[in-house]
Write a protein that binds this ligand. Sequence first.
Ligand code: NAD
Length: 488
Amino acid sequence: MASEDKKKKPAFDCEAASSTVKDLRATFATEKTRSYEWRASQLKSLLKLINDHESDIIDALRSDLSKPAHEAFVSEISMLRSSCEFILKGLKRWMMPEKVKTTITTFPSSAEIVPEPLGVVLVISAWNYPFYLSVDPVIGAIAAGNALVLKPSEIAPATSSLLVKLFGEYLDSSAIKVVEGAVPETSALLEQKWDKIFYTGNGKVGRIVAAAAAKHLTPVALELGGKCPVIVDSDINLTVTARRLIGGKWGLNNGQACVSADHIITTKDFAPKLIDALKLELEQFFGKDPLISEDLSRIVSSNHFAHLSKLLDEDKVSGKIVHGGGRNKDDLKIAPTILLDAPEDSLIMNEEIFGPLLPIVTVDNIEESFSIINSKEKPLAAYLFTNNKTLKGKFVKNVSAGGLLINDIALHLANPNLPFGGVGESGMDAYHGKFSFDTFTHKKAVLYRSFVGDAPARYPPYTPGKLRLLKALLGGDIIGVIRALVGW
Ligand code: NAD
């Protein structure tokens, strides 16, 4: 029994978590992570790590997800390079205090906003983009001058162990640590007091993270998911739309992406044309037998494979497949699958799909899509394909989501000038570009005064004359000020 208990004990328990945080606090207290030089040198080392180990990263992603090298390069490696370079370009400027105006209430004075690191932060990441989703928040945490722990996903073990190895070799291990593990290890980390927790993953665990953080009043960034809808109008370039839809569904880790298309909404009349175009382009992209295509990621685990199979095998859903449906349990492969008008109360229409299944919902009038989307939880992203300017305007005005993109899928997250994050059920807080710096930074308000201009009207004994003077001053009434001063 005793030896069984020993076996169950996580390698990294509460005690280890507590001493890790203590060490990081000691490093943070030395103030070395605050300097521009430290931040820039760590970011440059990260860039070097990525450049030196491109092929190791691609190999790890292939091992974890059969992720095609092309996708690994485009959506993990090159995204991180751009992120690092963008932040390095702006960092010195963002670190400077920002002078702000003062008002009559504080006259004479000067004021500024001083950005300061939050302290010691925890980054918990997910398995689907296991390199990118681990490193990108870390870039923000370093840029903002924090010490940190990264906890990668245990469901992508090759990437997780590569991160431990490479971070150890390239980064300052007194301030940047990687802790591997699953629920027990993450729970031990969550017991500790952090200055911020940045979590990427599903909403169920997001709630566990938020509850743990609340105990210490720790702020959280929750980067969650949801069912990202795509509205397809008939006023479009059909071939380009079909290609972008395929790229934004099956070309994103075979649909296992938070911003991938979850379902399409189009009109009854247009659906057959759209389905034909998708079928044609799918065959061009992945051949006649997509199950053997090297250009499609596999499903991450047998659990997730079983989950997707359950969505597909529900009685009221299995008859709705209009394309695909093939799967291979041994290889964890599922072919691109399109369904038409699966019932509203089916699992597939109510759970985040996060895989290669694409239901199409039909409506009589395309504008009905807005109320369908707004009747559900707010998604991480919502998409519209159209040339119609009025429809675009209505979409932007009426649909609430973490982000909107017109005439493409997922590309909005590649613009570092746009915040990336959810709203409502899809999460809180945002990052990318300067937003990554901001999410790990406290904006400290600083007001400077001297000893001149000490107004007696502030102090007791309070008199009607003093009050008259203050009212006139604060109301910007110069004549009133003069009258109060001369005692009229
Ligand atoms: P996951 O299983 O890798 O879990 C995420 C992290 O939570 C892991 O590090 C894991 O160890 C930890 N974790 C799991 N259970 C826990 C528990 N009980 N207590 C504490 N920690 C726990 O990833 P996932 O959640 O399956 O990821 C898929 C979800 O994430 C989808 O909903 C997707 O939309 C969302 N997602 C969002 C983004 C985004 O940027 N907004 C990106 C990727 C994925």
